[in-house]
Ligand binder design. Structure first.
Ligand code: FES
Length: 98
């Protein structure tokens, strides 16, 4: 997944709280957050490999009820909504979700 942003052909909608965003398809959710807020996420001390669990989010998709996932390990899908996240992610994305 190192170069996933470089290979994305289009942006797809992703709802984060009350905010509608557009993010690169075929990317992990954490990479999408980095796309939206580069500096806070890239400098946020995330492990990116399922060790720290500080990237956990609660997602809702069209075909499933809410579930907690690691954003570094979960690909974005069209129509996905982020309905909860860790305090660390809230801090990193605070300018987006206000
Ligand atoms: S960034 Fe550490 S578990 Fe996802």
């Amino acid at each position: 997944m190192q170069n996933e942003l470089l290979t994305a052909n289009r942006l797809i909608p992703l709802r984060i709280g009350e905010v509608e965003c557009h993010v690169p398809e075929n990317s992990s959710l954490l990479r999408c957050f980095e796309y939206l807020r580069l500096y806070p996420i890239s400098m946020g001390g995330f492990c990116w490999n399922a060790d720290c669990r500080t990237c956990e989010v609660t997602v809702r998709t069209a075909c499933s009820s809410e579930q907690k996932v690691l954003s570094c390990q979960t690909p974005v899908t069209e129509g996905m909504a982020i309905v909860g996240m860790t305090d660390k992610l809230k801090f990193c994305l605070r300018t987006l979700t206000k």
